[in-house]
Ligand binder design. Structure first.
Ligand code: FDP
Length: 342
């Protein structure tokens, strides 16, 4: 074309999602449309998140969620946005959210689709008042039941059944990182045009890890194996190198850094709260989707006793110990646990 400018092609998220769909000529387009809806919800939530200190949405909503944690106003907004953008589309059979006790049915008046959406509407919400980045995590599965309203059976699926998963991170810029099972791509929101642009194509976790990430404030509640593993990461216990520590306490941000810089993020079982013997993170809304992204980028995710993706969920809000990042670091955690925590 005459006068073609010599700038690199701008790849919008729409173009990228469509391009991925081309590899599947029989695809109905439902997954593609669902991913658009999710990107749109991300933009709406991002615009609220960055104005959180200005608008009347900062602070607590005044009630607790099913986990007994105080619900933030932004949680409420984020959940509502996702729900009302997707409930009527005929693409979903059922949804479930970290903030809701039960599954979220699709209203009777709307058609039911073949997918299931699980999400944590606003991860890291306890940090909102401190202007520290949070995010949103989601996973899409194919329904298991054949027709009618989706059920609990459709929601309680293993990580290995995930069709697509990803997260939004609201930091110095807003990013959407997702995988539909063919590698991981990252998109940065350009606020001037309101569009997610491909900024991190084909993300692979770097081979040389940089950081370990865990809440060491809880060390006294950890098992011997986890304590020794942490010392190994610090260069003791026969380790050949030491890693630097980074912990924000906002899972999306901590895992995002682990994905881009290499390293390991872990939230192990602990004895801090007898009601939460398996740590804090939720299998369905946090651990499984983030593990899917990490593994699609060449990493590995484990409960500390084996692959996370093989865990059969038994209930909606079940928690799991989690180790994810560079394969050799996660495998090392499994070795320490097997040796010292019988
Ligand atoms: P938050 O409570 O702020 O929503 O599971 C939620 C989570 O944050 C994760 O994002 C984060 O990794 C973890 O809790 C932090 O927990 P600790 O404060 O116990 O380290």
């Amino acid at each position: 074309m005459a006068g073609k400018p010599s700038v690199p092609a701008v790849i919008t998220i729409e173009r990228h999602i469509l391009h991925e769909q081309e590899a599947f000529p029989d695809a109905s387009g439902a997954l593609t449309q669902l991913l658009y809806n999710i990107a749109l919800a991300g933009k709406l939530i991002a615009s609220h998140t960055t104005r959180a200190g200005l608008a009347d949405i900062l602070g607590a909503a005044g009630h607790e969620n099913v986990q007994g944690e105080e619900v933030q106003k932004l949680d409420v907004y984020a959940q509502w946005v996702i729900y009302q953008l997707t409930d009527h589309t005929g693409r979903l059979a059922v949804m479930a959210s970290e903030e809701e006790k039960d599954i979220i049915p699709i209203p009777d008046k709307y058609p039911k689709g073949k997918y299931v959406l699980l999400f944590d509407p606003l991860d890291g919400s306890s940090h909102i008042d401190f202007n520290i980045c949070g995010g949103r995590i989601l996973a899409i599965y194919r329904r298991k039941t054949l027709s009618g309203p989706g059920t609990l059976e459709d929601v309680l699926q293993k990580g290995s059944d995930i069709v697509a998963a990803g997260y939004l991170v609201y930091g110095s810029s807003t990013m959407l990182v997702y995988s539909a099972g063919h590698g991981v791509n990252g998109f940065t929101l350009d606020p001037s045009i309101g569009e997610f642009l491909l900024s991190h194509p084909n993300i692979r976790i770097p081979e040389t890890p940089k950081y370990y990430s865990a809440n060491q404030g809880y060390e006294k509640y950890w098992s011997d194996g986890i304590r020794r593993y942490t010392r190994w990461l610090q260069g003791e216990e026969g380790a050949a190198r030491s890693l630097s520590l980074r912990y924000i306490g906002s899972m999306v941000a901590d895992v995002h850094r682990t994905l881009l810089a290499g390293g390991v993020f872990y939230y192990p079982s602990d004895t801090k709260d007898p009601k939460k013997p398996h740590g804090k993170l939720r299998l369905l809304y946090e651990a499984n989707p983030m593990a899917f992204v990490i593994e699609q980028a060449g990493g590995y995710a484990s409960t500390g006793r084996g692959p996370l993706r093989d865990v059969e969920p038994r209930e909606l809000h079940e928690r799991t110990p989690l180790f994810l990042g560079n394969r050799e670091l996660v495998v090392k955690a499994e070795e320490f646990i097997a040796k010292y925590d019988r």
